[in-house]
Ligand binder design. Structure first.
Ligand SMILES: *Cc1c(COP(=O)(O)O)cnc(C)c1O
Length: 433
């Protein structure tokens, strides 16, 4: 390895990856990011992720490692653990899961026997693949039953859930969702579980930021296990986290390592520590409150624009929009594509009792965490709501597209991001649109 090669920057060593990276900065900056599971991390979190901790093997846990030279890895992991416990009021935290899916897998292995029954929310009603989908680890290794939302309210009916639990007698109830716009009553689910001697795993991947600041009821006192991603509303690096009571700590730690993972990603754990530190600051509470207020403003404008919202509105950071409206509108697939053409990024999503196939879908899911990070407020959301309705009502009009593209450019131009990472003048980076 020549000195030159080892010390040169990305631009010189790998122009192709460098260019793709710059173009991605540009894409993120020039578009309206409304994917509900995405966010923009701080420069500090990015720096921790890009640190030399990526070089370190640290199998084991702070103070109990299988490798030498772990004193600083111990330091950052202990910071992440302490901050996660403080943030969520949890007895124990494991910060090593590489992703939300890995966190869930580790809990299943810690708590269940192969073939036990889990009761999870139906994927097409807002649940997640890891809550029992037949092609996922969870569906392959466990018996699965599912619950959904009621046809009338499109919300979880807890009396129905109680009946289902009594009929199915699962070893574990899995709650939490990827596309559910309403408050989840974890306390009630805990009571339902205890009435049949079942355990509960609450997967708060989407709502963790709100839970951390008390703007969504916490599952921590009511559920044996709580899992989350760290990169959605929590605004940290891509990764997972498990919280549990002290009595389950040993089992959980053992099932993360050596159960389902090898060496932890110490650079990501360092970034988790930074993100949890940010989340403990007062500003993070205002940020979460603004996410909610923005989602309400967006929901109101979409409704005013003639679109139907699943369950009639939102209590959290996301909105499920029925763009198909029994054939009067367009499919989710078409809406996603048409919006992408004008630099508005959303994802198609099934709605409860969808008559279209999952890959076509009747809905789109929109969320406010990312744009709220950029500093956008209620007025901006109302503007965006009107742009979305325009596109959904006239997806093929070039005039409408042109007008919306101009509005998106004006809006994103007022909220700059990552100044140190922008493509420099004269580079070949695309300017989206
Ligand atoms: C996003 C999500 C996950 C999985 O997270 P990954 O990091 O993508 O594995 C798990 N559960 C729910 C409810 C989610 O929304």
């Amino acid at each position: 390895m020549s000195d030159n090669f080892f010390t040169a920057g990305l631009e010189d060593v790998d122009p192709l990856v460098f260019k793709a990276t710059k173009n991605e900065v540009s894409r993120q900056t020039n578009g309206l990011e409304l994917i509900a599971s995405e966010n923009f991390v701080s420069e500090a979190v990015l720096q921790a992720m890009g640190s030399v901790f990526t070089n370190k093997y640290a199998e084991g846990y702070p103070g109990k490692r299988y490798y030498g030279g772990c004193e600083f890895a111990d330091e950052v992991e202990q910071l992440a653990i302490d901050r996660a416990r403080e943030l969520f009021g949890a007895e124990h935290a494991n910060v090593q899961p590489h992703s939300g899916s890995q966190a869930n897998t580790a809990v299943y292995i810690a708590a269940l026997e192969h073939g036990n029954k889990i009761l999870g929310m139906d994927l097409s009603h807002g649940g997640h693949l890891t809550h029992g989908h037949p092609l996922n680890f969870s569906g392959i290794n466990f018996e699965v039953a599912s619950y959904g939302v009621s046809r009338e309210t499109e919300q979880i009916d807890y009396d129905e859930l109680q009946k289902k639990v009594e009929a199915e007698r699962p070893a574990m109830i899995v709650c939490g969702a990827s596309a559910y716009p309403r408050i989840i009553d974890f306390e009630r689910i805990g009571e339902i579980a205890r009435s049949v001697g079942a355990m509960v795993m609450a997967d708060i991947a989407h709502i963790a930021g709100m839970v951390a600041v008390g703007l969504h009821p916490t599952p921590v006192p009511h559920c044996e296990y709580v899992t989350t991603t760290t990169h959605k509303t929590l605004r940290g690096p891509r990764g997972g986290l498990i919280l549990c009571k002290e009595e389950f700590a040993k089992n959980v730690d053992r099932s993360v390592f050596p159960g389902v993972q090898g060496g932890p990603l110490v650079h990501i754990i360092a970034a988790k520590a930074v993100a949890f530190g940010e989340a403990l600051r007062e500003e993070f509470r205002s940020y979460q409150a603004q996410i909610l207020s923005n989602a309400k403003a967006l929901a109101d404008e979409l409704t005013a624009g003639g679109l139907r919202l699943v369950s009639g509105g939102t209590d959290n950071h996301l909105i499920l929009v029925d763009v198909f409206m029994d054939g009067k509108g367009i499919t989710g697939k078409k809406a996603e594509k048409a919006l992408e053409e004008v630099n508005i990024t959303v994802n198609k999503n099934t709605i409860p009792f969808d008559t279209n196939k999952p890959f076509v879908a009747s809905g789109i899911r929109v969320g406010t965490p990312a744009l709220t990070t950029r500093g956008m407020k209620e007025d901006d959301m109302r503007k965006i709501g009107s742009l979305i309705s325009k596109i959904v009502h006239e997806p093929d009009s070039e005039d409408v597209r042109g007008e919306v593209r101009r509005e998106v450019k004006e809006l994103t131009g007022r909220f700059p991001m990552y100044p140190a990472r922008q493509p420099t003048f004269g580079s070949e980076a695309i300017s989206a649109g």
